[in-house]
Design a protein around this ligand. Sequence first.
Ligand code: ZN
Ligand code: ZN
Length: 164
Amino acid sequence: MVIDLKKIFVNDNSSLPIEYELDMSSVDFRGVVPLKAPVKFSGTVSNKASLVALQAEISYTYTAPCDRCGLETGEEVKVKLDKALAASIEGEESESIILVPDMKLDLDELIYSEVVLSIPTKHLCNENCKGICSKCGKNLNEGKCGCPEKEIDPRMQALADLLK
Ligand SMILES: [Zn+2]
Ligand SMILES: [Zn+2]
């Protein structure tokens, strides 16, 4: 959706609330499609003393297999946005300014890029997930598997964890 913000840009003290949902259920991240429900956007564009700003929250549920045990797990992600909007930028571009050529905001593009930036890089069903046994494949969250436990040098274990 592209939003025409001309009315906001030319009228001091005006504001426009925006509620929107974007379907990203077909977007693939590292081999999974984690955004099964639409991404929600809720915010306001306002003009205060000729400064146009966007304050918004993007929220979505990231559903993917746990990094350790593979259990499909949902995780709630919220991104807060507080940005200035400018129809043109003089000088250097900045992270806190969104450029809106012709005073039109491409909301899909904005949501898309904020979601990509905020996608969790680490995803666990539970912080204490024990993972699966590397020998027999049993989910160790459900109990011990009976494979002989080896004493592992903790330094080697740290290395093994890094390599996962
Ligand atoms: Zn897990
Ligand atoms: Zn085992």
